[in-house]
Design a binder for this molecule. Structure first.
Ligand code: IVH
Length: 662
């Protein structure tokens, strides 16, 4: 009987050891040595032995199932305080760190990824895993042992028999997150929140289903310390079976900087979310000399890359009215650092967006910097009892008109609504439009308020006397502005179309439309079918255009603009211009225009501008003090012209006005 028991326990011991070895290879080393089926078979055998004998060894892998949901997380006081890291965001701050360290002594450094997850601390006593806790405030965290038991990247037993605390970051791999989100009813917004949510879930089964893991980077406490460098700490962690995530030993600050540069590049292609690099003094005796501030060790620093996402709290929503009358909600948020700037406002796009993302006043939200200037709110992270729903306004906050809803948007119907007119005027007069120099958004508001300007065409009927009476409008300013307005009448058709501010028509579409139709008149008569035939015009944009010209007030405004003397002309077809097919290099100084303007003119006439003379160059325009490029062109036998000849070509290339000019 006893002998049989011994046999069972012997088999059990062997099975546990084998399964732990395979598990280590699979989860820690990422190098499985047996097929999954073989592992599963041995695991099933172990489960059966445990069931039949009622015995379970301490380090049995069957413990890694977490057990029943817990009611709350118990508080846990850490043996040694878990410090956080001071951060450097500039080269200067990093240099200051090196200077401080070198005053205390000589050491190499380790450079590691700064993992962006939830900081964890695992405790071992007598060689056994006893507890896992979150960092919390550094002094006290939450006991998440049941949740952490479902993970596999750490050992249940270690050879070190004293009290040991190790530190690491709970993370969810980006690929694991993507797979989860593919089918999840509620997608998780980012990997850090996902990891924190998985670990801090009361039900260990939920933790397990999200497949988080812990990556270790620090020995936080040892009752009988024997390690003397961070290198040794890593070797110790690996030897004991903890998963680590790579580090580089650097002998000099210069090597550290190179390692950081590498991390900045490689972090974009690895499967783990990181937000910087951590630089640590390798030598523990120097660490001791450097000591701690009340918050941070003086022997380590986090070099933070500019974050592209951040969390903050929504305090207020303001509605802005754009040039089409569309209302855009702009959230006022608690100031937060994002990608090197302090963010105080974030956009919510429209009312549909607010509802879909369930953003409320008082909600903590995740914001992301996109290509736009104003960051976007990705979604709500949490609400408090005091969070209040954002009610869509019923009336325009500026003019009081009753709003209407179309699709996901609210619109103000009043064409004379102040911010709407100001936005239209700025668009009309701005770059890509009529390009009226000296006309800003401020001018737009001023003209609205003081000169009763309500339509773009009003700009061509300004009363000079009233203008001169405006504050800050001296004789010179009035003269300049009026001549800029007068000068704008001679305008490329594409600019004029853009200036009209038809919804969905940007600079590219304006150019395509100008080329295809050749005049405003022709475009105004175009049918939706004709428009959709164009490469980049979809049904929605086509309907916008047709609808815009069908509107009586719009049509009247176009007539008024043209009768004011605006003469839109079609730019010479690029493939037909004087520089068509030419690769042109500008060199030296032109007396009559800036280099950028010369370049624009060459391109408008079909040429391609290059910065250096190559065998492909066909023409060099040489101004005053042209140097090596001119010499090279001459050596290669490339045609060279001076400024005079260049201007002559330009003046011969002024294109005929379009049919709109009567
Ligand atoms: S070492 C006493 N190494 O970043 C210093 N921390 O902003 C111990 N973190 O809460 C920290 N990656 O949990 C260290 N490779 C790494 C890290 C790392 C991420 C976390 C750490 C800390 C936070 C500080």
């Amino acid at each position: 009987m006893d002998e049989k028991r011994d046999n069972v326990s012997e088999e059990m011991r062997t099975l546990v050891d084998t399964l732990n070895r395979w598990g280590h290879e699979y989860y820690v080393l990422d190098a499985p040595s047996v097929p999954d089926a073989e592992y599963d078979k041995a695991y099933a055998r172990l489960q059966r032995l445990e069931r039949e004998s009622g015995v379970r060894l301490f380090d049995s892998p069957t413990r890694r199932v977490g057990g029943e949901p817990v009611k709350t997380f118990a508080r846990h006081a850490h043996i040694a305080r878990l410090y956080s890291l001071d951060k450097a965001v500039t080269e200067d701050e990093l240099d200051a760190f090196f200077t401080r360290v070198s005053k205390a002594g000589e050491s190499a450094y380790t450079v590691e990824y700064k993992l962006d997850g939830l900081t964890m601390c695992l405790t071992y006593e007598g060689g056994r895993f006893v507890r896992a806790a979150t960092r919390g405030n550094g002094v006290e965290g939450e006991d998440v042992t049941a949740q952490v038991l479902t993970m596999h990247s750490f050992p249940l037993t270690v050879s070190y028999k004293g009290t040991l605390e190790v530190k690491g970051e709970a993370i969810i791999r980006l690929s694991v997150l993507a797979e989860y989100n593919r089918t999840a009813a509620e997608p998780l917004k980012n990997a850090r929140n996902a990891a924190a949510g998985a670990v801090r879930n009361l039900d260990p089964a939920v933790t397990a289903s999200r497949r988080p893991e812990i990556l270790f980077y620090d020995v936080n406490y040892m009752s009988e310390p024997f390690l003397s460098t961070q290198e040794e700490a890593f070797a110790f962690l690996q030897r004991e079976g903890f998963k680590t995530f790579g580090h580089r030993l650097c002998r000099t600050p210069q090597e550290v900087r190179e390692a950081i540069d590498d991390i900045e590049v490689t972090r974009k292609s690895i499967d783990v979310l990181t937000d910087g690099a951590v630089v640590k003094v390798n030598d523990f005796s120097l660490r001791e000399k450097l000591g701690y501030t009340d918050k941070f060790p003086r022997w380590a620093i986090a070099y933070k890359f500019e974050a592209e996402e951040a969390e903050t709290v929504v305090r207020e929503v303001r509605w802005q009215v754009g040039r089409t009358g569309k209302l855009t909600p702009l959230a006022v948020v608690d100031p937060v650092e994002l990608a090197g700037a302090t963010v105080r406002r974030a956009t919510l796009n429209n009312i549909g967006d607010i509802r879909r993302k369930d953003v409320r006043i008082g909600s903590t939200v995740l914001i992301r910097r996109s290509n736009e200037v104003i960051p976007e709110i990705l979604g709500a992270v949490s609400h408090t009892g005091e969070s209040v729903q954002i009610a869509p306004p019923e009336r325009c906050p500026y003019c009081g008109a009753a709003l209407y809803e179309e699709g996901a948007n609210l619109f103000c119907p009043d064409r004379a609504c102040r911010p709407r007119v100001a936005a239209q005027l700025s668009n009309f007069a701005g770059k890509g439009g009529m390009d009226i120099e000296g006309f800003s958004e401020m001018t737009a508001y001023l003209f609205y308020d003081k000169l009763n300007v309500r339509r773009c065409s009003d700009l061509y009927f300004l009363d000079k006397k009233a203008l001169s009476e405006l504050e800050g409008f001296g004789a010179k300013k009035v003269r300049n502005l009026l001549s800029a307005i007068e000068g704008s009448k001679n305008v490329p058709l594409e600019n004029f179309l853009f200036a009209l501010g038809i919804g969905g028509i940007g600079k590219v579409a304006s150019r395509d439309l100008a080329e295809r139709f050749g005049s405003v008149q022709a475009l105004s008569e175009a049918t939706a079918e004709q428009l959709v035939e164009m490469e980049n015009i979809g049904e929605k944009t086509a309907a916008n255009i047709v609808g815009w010209f069908a509107d009586e007030e719009n049509a009247a405004e176009v007539s008024r603009l043209l009768s004011a003397g605006i003469r839109p002309y079609v730019k010479a077809r690029v493939s037909e211009g004087a520089f068509a097919g030419q690769s042109v290099v500008l060199t030296g100084t032109l007396a009559s225009m800036k280099r950028g303007d010369a370049q624009a003119k060459i391109e408008a006439l079909g040429g391609v501008c290059q910065s250096a003379v190559t065998s492909k160059t066909t023409l060099v325009v040489a101004g005053e003090a042209a140097g090596s490029k001119l010499a090279k062109a001459q050596a290669l036998g490339i045609r060279v012209i001076g400024e005079e000849e260049f201007l002559k070509i330009l003046s011969e290339s002024v294109s005929a006005p379009s049919a709109d000019a009567k």
